[in-house]
Design a binder for this molecule. Structure first.
Ligand code: COA
Length: 119
């Protein structure tokens, strides 16, 4: 998604991590899909992913109401993500890993169905 992705490099220019967003929809609701989130093994545990996610979510909130990702709740809960019920992605996606975040209160309320390509 233009302007929302993040690429982190060290002072020598070596890639440390990157995140990317994609526009999708669930039913008629526009949704921002976050993924991949990747940090190089030598840079993990330093807060790089957290900084990229927090910074980009703050920017996303200017134009989007809800974010979706497939990931581990124990990690993403710290950014406000929670398990979505009724939002479907193709197998073999584990439903427990389908997570959403409200950028405005109640943004996921009543949003149900398969994740589709953006209109
Ligand atoms: C998951 C990932 C993006 C985290 O990046 P990072 O920059 O190391 O993350 P942060 O520094 O912000 O946070 C590190 C903390 O998250 C925890 N954490 C990392 N992955 C976790 C997971 N899957 N579940 C629970 N906690 C996790 C770490 O144990 C660490 O905990 P601590 O702060 O108590 O020490 C990175 O480990 C990675 O790229 N992994 C491989 C790809 C991947 O799994 N991507 C996510 C799915 S798209």
């Amino acid at each position: 998604m233009a302007g929302l992705g993040r690429i982190a490099r060290d002072e020598t220019g070596i890639l440390g991590g990157a995140i990317r967003y994609w526009p999708v929809r669930v039913g008629a609701a526009p949704v921002l899909l976050l993924g991949p989130v990747a940090v190089h093994p030598t840079a993990q545990g330093e807060g790089l992913a957290a900084a990229m996610i927090r910074d980009s979510l703050a920017q996303a909130a200017e134009h989007w109401e809800r974010v979706l990702l497939v990931g581990d709740l124990p990690y993403y809960a710290r950014f406000g993500f929670y398990r979505l019920v009724g939002v479907d992605m193709p197998p073999p996606t584990n439903p427990d890993r389908i997570l959403g975040c409200d950028l405005v209160p109640g943004a996921w309320a009543g949003v149900r169905g398969p994740v589709m390509r953006a209109a």
